[in-house]
Every structure is written in structure tokens, then in C-alpha cells.
Design a protein around this ligand. Structure first.
Ligand SMILES: Cc1cc2nc3c(=O)[nH]c(=O)nc-3n(C[C@H](O)[C@H](O)[C@H](O)COP(=O)(O)OP(=O)(O)OC[C@H]3O[C@@H](n4cnc5c(N)ncnc54)[C@H](O)[C@@H]3O)c2cc1C
Length: 462
């Protein structure tokens, strides 16, 4: 029989309210996302600080690259003092353990924080949790040598340098099987050759983490390795920077880069040879949840704009808010925001309970939902703003492009749907025999057999 409904042992480990857990395809039905009052106060402080001190930076200093440029006046005169305030408040890089200057927060706390940070482009930088630096720092913390930690990790953690992650190649990103960038050991040095595409923020980075094939004769999952490559290495050539959406050709934050026999010391191999995928996992699980919760913040902003517009604009002598199709937009946006927020919090809670690997189904589901919920929310808000909505005088066109890129960056939606489906299927078995376990004639016959005696008595009563 297929297993539609199963019972599992309690999973709560930290005193949170979880007693019996029922699952449909592994969906957990009870969880507790409550926070202590002290942390609630911190969230209030973050909310006020982001609104008053950081959101204006998005307007005064537009352009993604300024978030990563750590050598200019904007960084030294404006961002760094704000970062100091965050550090003094004990809220710097909260995803890291105290050993690395963070708070070692679990994913639920980080989720609540990221919901607020998602309202501003500069906020993650001010709080020391900007991607890809946050994930790259985790890789160096896990796999770097003491010397690499001192030279690259510490300045990265302190917000003095930026970093880059270089995996995708021009011929494909979703399937690592097509990657051809090679690293070959030559004496005490690795020699890296190949091209990478969409290496974000490389132009401002002090180092790149590069994924390359070290053994072409085994499965790609055992034949790729990860390397730390300083960006001033001879042979590292930026072919051009690529932008998204309406950015002018030749401008943008994503490098098309060629590694021309770039040499790095043997020790710059991060993790063991052939362990690129294990190493990569270090950076992705939490990162996807943080992106998702920042998206919750952005979707909340869309709902705010939608409702304000509905209450401000009149047509045919009445407010837009009185039109049923406007009400439908508001209802749908609110429902999807609420569902998505709970989904992300639940995934964060699962990671805290069982770890990122065991919660990969929930993480994949969140990754799939993120672009969809975001895109639909932006489209409704755009529509209600009419021409203004699609103009460059509202933030919505940028948000629309951001929603689309969310379905591609860190792997396309289709790939994550595949992962999710495979994980869900693990809790099911094929039906025994030719008919489904819910086939009514078989079930009815079995039930009738069980109650045969009483059925006879009942029949005799009529
Ligand atoms: C804003 C942004 C930032 C990025 N930053 C980085 C970075 O810093 N470093 C880095 O290395 N990469 C980065 N990337 C690249 C990103 O990882 C790749 O774009 C992604 O993995 C998809 O690869 P691709 O673009 O080559 O698409 P392809 O692999 O060519 O896929 C194209 C499309 O084919 C379909 N498809 C692919 N596989 C499947 C499948 N299995 N089943 C069904 N359909 C499928 C999907 O519709 C997919 O979108 C970034 C991308 C974006 C948009």
C-alpha cells in the first residue's frame, strides 16, 4: 500500500512545541517559530535603523556595483560607520559563529532578520551578510588554511574586501557535466585554464572561488574541485562585464572571465580533491533561505505599494480599492505573502531542527516558490499603478527583473523542482498489484469483509 499518511517520532530537540508529527510527502504539520522578547526588541531596532539610515542609500547611490566596491568614499565615509553601529549592537554577520565574529544564530532568527534586510539593497552589506561574501566566508572558515584565513577570511569578515564565486561556464550552468575549466597540478602549483560566465562582482573582488575539473575520468561529482584564486593572479582576464535587464551593454556586475594558465599554490585547493560539490553545499543551504526571506521583505513592500495605490487612485468616480478585481489582487497578494512567509519560516525551523542536508526538500521548495511569489506580487502592483508602474519612476521594473533572476541564479527553478519531486517521492512506495491503493472497489471489498457479520445483521433489520 502507498503511504499517504504516516506517523513519526517527535522531532523537537530544543524544548519547542513539537509532539506528534504527521506527514504527507514529508510535510511537517507542527512547528514553533516564536521568538524571545529580547530578540523581538532587536528586530524592532533593525527595522527602524534600516528604514531611517539604510533605505536612503538605495536612492542616493543607485547601482548594484556600489554595494561591492569597498575602496571608494561611499564605503569609507558612509557604509563603514553604519557597519560599526551594527557591530556595536552585536548584530554583525549573525550567520557566523562567535569564533568568526558572528552570533551563531539559527535559521529562524536569521529569517526574521533577513525579512527586514530584504527591503533595502544596501542593508545586507551594512549587516555583514551580503552574498556571495557570506557564503564564501563560510567556505574559507571550513576549508581555508590558517594563512588563507588571516589573509582573506578576516578582511572579508571585517568588510574590508569583497569576493566572487566562479562556477557557471558560457556553455551551461545548470548542468555541471558540461563544465570544462581544468585545473592540473604542476609541481607545487595548480594551473587553471578555462572560461567562466556570470561571475558576480568579480571586478571588486580580492579573490575568487573557482570550480574546476581535476579528474575528467570520473563522474563530474567526484572529478571537480574548488580553488581560491586571488584576482591579481597573472592570467586572470575579464573578457567583459555583463549586466542584467536594461543595463547598457558592456556594463554590469557579472564577469565573463578567462583563466589563462592561472597558477595558484597547491594549498589553494579548498576541501579535498574532487570535493567541489561538498564544499559548494556549505554556502548554499542557508543562503537560499536568506534570499527567500529577503524576498518576503520585498513582497511585503509590493503589498504596501498595492494597498496605498488602491486607496489613493479613483476611476469612474470611486476608489480603485472598491473594484472587485482590485480586491482580488490585494487578497491574492496577501494570501501568497502569508503562505510564503510561513513556508520560509518553516524551512528555517527545519534546518535548525535537522540540519541543511536533511531539510533539502524544504530548501528546494522555498527556492522554487521564491521567484514565483515575487513575480506575481510585482506584476499585480505594477498593473494597479498603470503607466507609472512600468515607468522608471517606480522601483517595480527593477523588482520584476530581480524576481526573474531569482528563478535562474543558484540554479534554475526546473532543477530545484526535480530535486523536490525526488525527495517527496522518497516517502512513497508503488501500489501493490495493478490498482492504486485508493481504488474504491478493493477498499470497499476489504471493509465489507471486515464488517461481514454486522452487515448481515444490519441487512436483516430492513
Ligand atoms: C543574477 C545572477 C547572478 C549569478 N551569479 C553567479 C555567480 O556569482 N557565479 C556563478 O558561477 N554563476 C552565477 N550565476 C549563473 C547561474 O548560476 C546560472 O545562470 C544558472 O545555474 C543556470 O545556468 P545557465 O544560465 O547556463 O542556464 P542553462 O543551464 O543553459 O539553462 C537554461 C534553462 O534551461 C532550462 N533547464 C536547465 N536545466 C534543466 C533541467 N534539468 N530540467 C528542465 N529544464 C532545465 C531552464 O529553463 C533554464 O533556465 C548567476 C546568474 C544570475 C542570473
Amino acid at each position: 500500500m502507498g503511504c499517504g499518511l504516516t506517523k513519526r517520532s517527535p522531532v523537537g530537540t530544543d524544548g519547542r512545541t513539537v509532539s506528534i508529527v504527521h506527514t504527507h510527502g514529508g510535510v511537517i504539520s507542527m512547528a514553533d517559530f516564536s521568538l524571545d522578547p529580547e530578540f523581538e526588541e532587536q528586530l524592532d531596532w533593525i527595522r527602524g535603523f534600516v528604514k531611517a539610515e539604510i533605505e536612503p542609500l538605495d536612492l542616493a547611490f543607485e547601482g548594484e556595483e556600489t554595494v561591492y566596491n569597498k575602496s571608494g568614499h561611499l564605503y569609507s565615509d558612509v557604509i563603514r560607520p553604519l557597519q560599526q553601529v551594527v557591530k556595536d549592537k552585536g548584530l554583525w554577520s549573525c550567520h557566523l559563529t562567535p569564533e568568526y565574529g558572528g552570533q551563531g544564530y539559527g535559521q529562524v532568527r536569521l529569517a526574521y532578520m533577513n525579512e527586514i534586510l530584504g527591503r533595502s539593497q544596501f542593508a545586507p552589506t551594512v549587516f555583514g551578510s551580503q552574498a556571495p561574501d557570506s557564503g564564501n566566508a563560510e567556505i574559507l572558515a571550513h576549508y581555508g588554511t590558517d594563512e588563507q584565513k588571516e589573509r582573506y577570511l578576516q578582511p572579508l569578515l571585517d568588510g574590508y574586501i569583497s569576493s566572487c564565486y566562479s562556477m557557471t561556464e558560457p556553455q551551461g550552468g545548470a548542468d555541471p557535466g558540461v563544465f570544462t575549466t581544468r585545473a592540473v597540478l604542476d609541481g607545487d602549483e595548480w594551473v587553471i585554464d578555462g572560461e567562466k560566465w556570470y561571475s558576480s562582482s568579480l571586478r571588486f573582488a580580492a579573490f575568487v572561488i573557482v570550480m574546476a575539473v581535476t579528474d575528467p575520468d570520473v563522474s563530474i561529482y567526484k572529478g571537480m574541485s574548488m580553488f581560491l584564486v586571488p584576482t591579481d593572479s597573472p592570467g586572470l582576464e575579464v573578457i567583459r562585464n555583463v549586466g542584467t535587464g536594461g543595463e547598457a551593454e558592456g556594463h554590469g556586475g557579472h564577469a565573463y572571465v578567462r583563466y589563462n594558465a592561472v597558477r595558484v599554490p597547491k594549498d589553494n585547493l579548498l576541501g579535498g580533491e574532487g570535493q567541489a560539490f561538498e564544499v559548494a553545499q556549505t554556502r548554499l543551504g542557508g543562503g537560499r533561505l536568506h534570499h527567500a526571506m529577503r524576498t518576503v521583505g520585498a513582497v511585503g513592500r509590493c503589498l504596501d505599494m498595492l494597498c496605498e495605490r488602491a486607496l489613493s487612485r479613483t476611476t469612474q468616480g470611486e476608489l480603485l480599492a472598491r473594484k472587485q478585481m482590485t480586491q482580488e489582487k490585494i487578497a491574492d497578494s496577501w494570501i501568497e505573502l502569508t503562505q510564503f512567509r510561513l513556508q520560509v519560516l518553516h524551512a528555517a525551523w527545519r534546518v535548525d531542527q535537522v540540519g541543511g542536508h536533511a531539510a533539502r526538500k524544504e530548501i528546494a521548495a522555498v527556492k522554487v516558490a521564491t521567484p514565483k511569489v515575487y513575480r506575481e506580487a510585482v506584476l499585480r502592483t505594477m498593473q494597479l499603478h498603470g503607466a507609472l508602474g512600468v515607468s522608471n519612476e517606480m522601483p517595480l521594473s527593477k523588482m520584476l527583473m530581480a524576481s526573474v533572476t531569482m528563478g535562474i541564479a543558484d540554479g534554475p527553478t526546473e532543477v530545484h523542482k526535480g530535486t523536490l519531486a525526488r525527495e517527496v517521492l522518497k516517502s512513497y512506495r508503488p501500489a501493490e498489484g495493478d490498482w492504486p491503493s485508493e481504488h474504491l472497489p478493493d477498499r470497499r471489498a476489504a471493509a465489507r469483509e471486515e464488517f461481514a457479520e454486522i452487515l448481515e445483521i444490519v441487512a436483516a433489520e430492513y
